[in-house]
Design a protein around this ligand. Structure first.
Ligand code: DX5
Ligand code: ZN
Length: 218
């Protein structure tokens, strides 16, 4: 399904209230819930791991989209699959054996995603397109929410859409998505838009209506 889907990133949610935040954003129109896992090694920030994913799972009705910004990946795949991740995305830069990693993700029963940092060309995933369900184009350098969208990535999205052809592979955009940048990537062929700060700004679990307005504005 190539219709446009909004995947709010709980990186910008209240970390003390993940369950309620997930329920609130789904009630306000989120299509997927994007979960950013960071290890302080692959990226210069630490968030949380599989236990937190398992804890929030019952609070998400739809797709739990887990973005692993960790290295190594392979020792943790089964833990994230057991936590109930629907999609597990690993970075092509996270190790020398991304092909093995993607095989293991599907082997664990999840959909497989591959992410590319802004400095990595589209060609880095050309040999992987038959074994993924999603390609994530980072439009910021991963590690933090609220960064500025890197415009040079729009052309990469266009290239990937052409490379993917008629394969059933989503193109997800992650970083700096807001009402100004969303149309650029949607037009270039992306169908899943991750947005953290642009969704959560102005709202809270006790006043979630701004989440809905922000999602509609994207
Ligand atoms: C960045 C994360 C993103 C981030 C997006 O490392 O992977 O998912 O939360 O946040 P915004 O939308 O604020 O750029
Ligand atoms: Zn992410």
């Amino acid at each position: 399904d190539r219709s446009l889907k909004i995947a709010p990133s709980i990186l910008s949610a209240d970390f003390a209230n993940f369950g309620a935040e997930c329920e609130a954003i789904e009630a306000q129109g989120a299509d997927w819930v994007h979960v950013d896992v960071m290890d302080g090694r692959f990226v210069p920030n630490i968030t949380f791991g599989p236990a937190t994913c398992a804890a929030i799972r019952p609070h998400i009705r739809g797709v739990m989209d887990v973005h692993l910004m960790i290295t190594p990946v392979d020792p943790f795949i089964s833990a994230f699959a057991d936590a109930g991740a629907d999609v597990i995305t690993a970075h092509v830069e996270a190790g020398p054996h991304i092909h093995r990693t993607l095989q293991a993700i599907r082997g664990a029963g999840a959909k497989a995603g591959v992410a590319l940092n802004p400095g990595t060309p589209a060609e880095a995933v050309s040999s992987l397109l038959d074994m993924v369900d999603l390609v994530c184009v980072m439009t910021v350098n991963p590690g933090f929410g609220g960064q500025k969208f890197i415009h040079s990535q729009v052309d990469k999205v266009r290239q990937l859409r052409a490379m993917i052809g008629d394969r059933p592979v989503h193109i997800e955009i992650d970083g700096g998505v807001d009402p100004a940048t969303a149309p650029l990537v949607a037009q270039a062929g992306a169908d899943v838009l991750v947005a953290g700060s642009a969704v959560f700004r102005g709202g809270s679990v006790s006043d979630p209506a701004p989440y809905g307005a922000n999602i509609k504005a994207i």
